[in-house]
Ligand binder design. Sequence first.
Ligand code: IVH
Length: 690
Amino acid sequence: MSETGPAAEANDSVDPVGRADELRGLIAHHSRLYYEADQPEIADGDFDLLVAELAAIEAEHPDLVTPDSPTQRPGGGVAAQFRPIVHQVPMMSLDNAFDDGELRAWGERLARRVEAAATATFVCEPKIDGLAIAIRYEGGRYVQAATRGDGRVGEDVTANVATLAGVPAELPAGAPEVLEVRGEIYMPVSAFDALNARQEEAGERRFVNPRNSAAGSLRQKDPAVTARRELALWSYQLGAVEGGPAFSSHAETLDFLRSMGLPVNPEIRSVATLEDVYAYCRHWLEHRHDLDYEIDGVVVKVDDLALRTALGSTSKAPRWAIAYKFPPEERTTPLREIMVSIGRTGRATPFAVLDPVFVGGSTVGLATLHNADQVRAKDVRPGDLVVVRKAGDVIPEVVGPVLAVRPADLAEWTFPTRCPVCGEPLVRAEGESDTFCVNVDCPAQRAGRIIHFGSRGAMDIEGLGEQRVHQFCELGLLGDIADLYTLDWDAVSALEGFGAVSVANLRDAIEASKDRPLARLLVGLNVRHLGPAGAEALAGAFGTLDRIMASSVDTLAAVDGVGPIIATSVGEFFALDANRVVVERLREAGVNLESPMVEASTVLPQTLAGRSVVVTGALAGFTREEAEAAIKARGGKSPGSVSKRTTAVVDGDDPGASKLGKAEQLGVPVLDEAGFVTLLDTGALPPPAD
Ligand code: IVH
């Protein structure tokens, strides 16, 4: 399973008594902010590290363990605005396992403690990242709901929980006289995204994550606010019960909860061995983002209730369960600086320079901030402590600042007015979200264009990495893409780090690129909006670069898979003398400018007639316009939002969580790029996974 990052260790050079004290103070402070104020100052991952460090000190110095240490008691308390409710049965917390070894050690501890546990079977459940709740029914009627609080006393949130659609007001006939059900209240990711979209529209601050929004939405004085927030419940445990059936296993209690009309997570599985437990954990580690709710791990529970009683509990947590925690996807870290990078199109992209943190499985030191509006919406400022998120394959993101610790005099960041590379003015056109350096001679753009030309999807010149391009540009050896074919190899050979072999390899790779198909060259030319699919369509339809250059925009736009936006952009590109000169120099160098023409079929097979396919995120082989043109050329529609009539959602890199969430909610198939290509070709959807 994946690495969980640097493990917590007791630091020998630090005074253990002082550090344990300090850690307890910090943990108490952050627990209060998390459980009572719903305003954490650090991410859960950072909190877990503090607790793990304290646990490590206590393990080395058992005499330092105090009964009120946070390692011995569930965190949390009761905020003053809520009426306290004493739990008839205490609400415990869970011990954590941060990797396979700790999970295995838990299994071994069980078997050492109670012999029968050696053959125990388990129930595995997604660990919902929400807040624990105890809901009480008397005579089959909803009477009370309480948060966990400190485990002994919780907060009265009866009126708020009553507004949740998934919490029945009445149980079916035959319900026990008293039934207290326990579970987790959460905010679905799709509801969270919709809430943030509303916040943004209203010019209000975005919420940081679904867990904090759920807690903040539930713990409201006015239940009408809770009612608007689309919170949901997964129930997973019984509390106090009077009357009703007796159970011998956890699986039976879950069946019973289901029969009472209470929501039970359909992903819960009974498994026979610890090996199956690992497989379940691995599965959800990989697929956690397929769900419309956030999970931060897996809870593993011994199934047999008699065995549970035999195993018992510590003061904080039952011995019969463990939380297998996934590596954190959010951490807090100082934002040192906001800088702006200039891409090959001149786009000026602000990015955050962070104190490096281990998050989402790797160390993150830089994160894009996309554009000026995003920086303003997030209101992040150099000097802020910020929440950084890296979820799955999605690029790292700065979620927002921790306002509670922002210094009073911290200045707002302003977008630079001049290009940081060439010094020319930066321009943001009316109605556009991006800012551009419009100096085509800007060294950053020049280098970016050459890097793109040599990249895999274009001319695929191995060994021409970013660093080399920058180095050659700075030395004046390269100015544009055509210069690659007249490089001064003596000058290159004289450079430090360039041995005879690497020079020969690079030279061969550049030479080999002359024979790439026309479509690759078209991609490499850096024509705005033109991606691999449009380039293929143009090359197939016209056969030579000369014919493409000689065609009118209307003729170009008539090609299947090329819309008016691409056609206009291609027309504008070749209307510029400078671009025509580059093409002539490529021709002189012997670069291939032709490709076999593909039999023009005026009408493609109408594989998507009457169907609608939504595309979200970036695809490798299609620009957004190309993907939509490909769908339309096959008789389909490509609307911007998902409904129950949607045939499929195509899920690219950095997809919109709301579209994916909606797809999952409505049972609409989600396809990757390969599935999309199959759908275009054949109209067939791949069989559902699992
Ligand atoms: S069982 C005595 N099952 O995780 C055991 N807890 O870190 C009670 N949680 O306080 C908890 N999903 O708020 C259980 N499927 C699940 C859970 C779950 C999330 C939360 C719960 C608990 C916390 C411990």
